[in-house]
Every structure is written in C-alpha cells, then in structure tokens.
Write a protein that binds this ligand. Sequence first.
Ligand code: C5P
Length: 237
Amino acid sequence: MLQSHERIFCALDTTDVSEAVQLSKNLKGYVGGVKLGLEFFMANGADGFKQVADTEIPIFLDLKFHDIPNTVAGAIRAVAPLAPKILTIHTQGGSEMMRRAQETAIEEADKHGLEKPWVVGVTILTSLDENDIGATGIEGAVPTAVERLAKLASTNSLDGVVCSPMEITLLRETISEDFKLVVPGIRPAGSAVGDQKRVLTPKEAVDNGADILVIGRPITQAPDPIKAAQKIAEGLA
Ligand code: C5P
C-alpha cells in the first residue's frame, strides 16, 4: 500500500535542468517522484536525466514509445540503465509491442540488478475527442476505445495505463485491482484548472481507484511547492 505522498508524481514540464534539479531536491520526501517528459529528454538527454536522478528522487520517464516491437524493445534497453520508476509506451503499438516492452524491461532490470520499472500504456490521448479518433479509423466513443486498449494492455502484461480522471471508475470496474492507473488532470480544490478540461481533486481520484496522481502546475507554480505537495498529501490521508 502506497503512502499518500508516494502517490504524487510532480510533472516537471521544463527544459531547464537546474530548475528540474532544484525542484527535485526540494520535493524529495514530499512526493513519490517527478515526471520528466519528451520536452526535457529531447533537450537534455540521458545526461539531464542523470542530474535529476542524482537527487535520488524516483523518476517517471514519460517518453510514450510507439514503434515496431523490436525498436521499442531497443529503446527500453537504452533507457533501462537510467532506472526510471515508471515508463510509458503507446498501447496502439499493439499486443506484440506491449509484450516485448514488458519482457525487455524484466530482462534489463535483471541484467543491471535494478528494480523493474512499471511499463505503463497510453490509451487515447486526452487531446483527442470522438471526431478526432473517428478520423483515424477508431470508431465509437472515447471511453469505449480507452477501455478496449486498457484491456489489451492488461492482457499483454503491462503494469497499467495512463488514464483521465473520468475513466478511473470504468477501468476499475473492468480490469483487475493490481492494474495501475496513472492519472493526470488532477486539481486540488480551488486551484487554477489551466488548460485541463476534465479534472478531479486528488482525493476524488484516489477514492475512485487511481494509484498515481500526475500533478504539475498546482505544485510547480505554487509560491511554496513543498507546502503545496504537503497539502495535497494531507488531503489524501
Ligand atoms: O500542470 P498539470 O498538472 O496540468 O500537468 C499534467 C501533466 O500530465 C503534464 O505533464 C501533461 O503533459 C500530462 N498529461 C496530461 N494529460 C494526459 C496525459 C499527460 O495532462 N492525458
């Protein structure tokens, strides 16, 4: 069972290594970890990642791999020595890609004597609505497509999926309890929603069955990020 603060991963949406390192130093012990995405990794690569990892904060490496199975396996081999706590791949890469990704994560963790990262699938990007997915040939409502892809991820041994707050209940009802739900779009009561359209509070999300909450600006833009993180964790206890 995770402690309240361990459920919070703070999204560091920046390309600035010193800012990411400073925030990680400050937040260590107050959150479960930080999330570094494509923006940070494209700008700073493995070296930037290592500087953040040197603070000893767990890292969610959100690079959303999507390619043929062999290439995704190669990408996972390449990032495995960095020891991310969580990494992401697209479920739309298909069953074999997901299986190979998980097998490779297990093999590499064994090889390097590291803890295996959670391999988590992205289903339908929340920037897409029913019209958008229809135009790409995916028919039906977004939740239906999300549920189908999440089930496929579960069948093909992924550790969990990233999902929107609105999909937590549906996925909890249909997929096994130990399947991790990693959830962005979280806003503490009273905080600015920004560009997020469908939000839940941290407590609502965890009560509905979220495992990990990805929270960016409500922490990073707060006058005191440590206090903001502490308050969120207290609200979950
Ligand atoms: O600042 P905020 O809390 O909105 O940050 C949320 C983080 O989660 C960002 O890194 C954003 O890219 C990511 N994310 C999201 N919605 C998704 C998937 C990822 O907001 N569906």
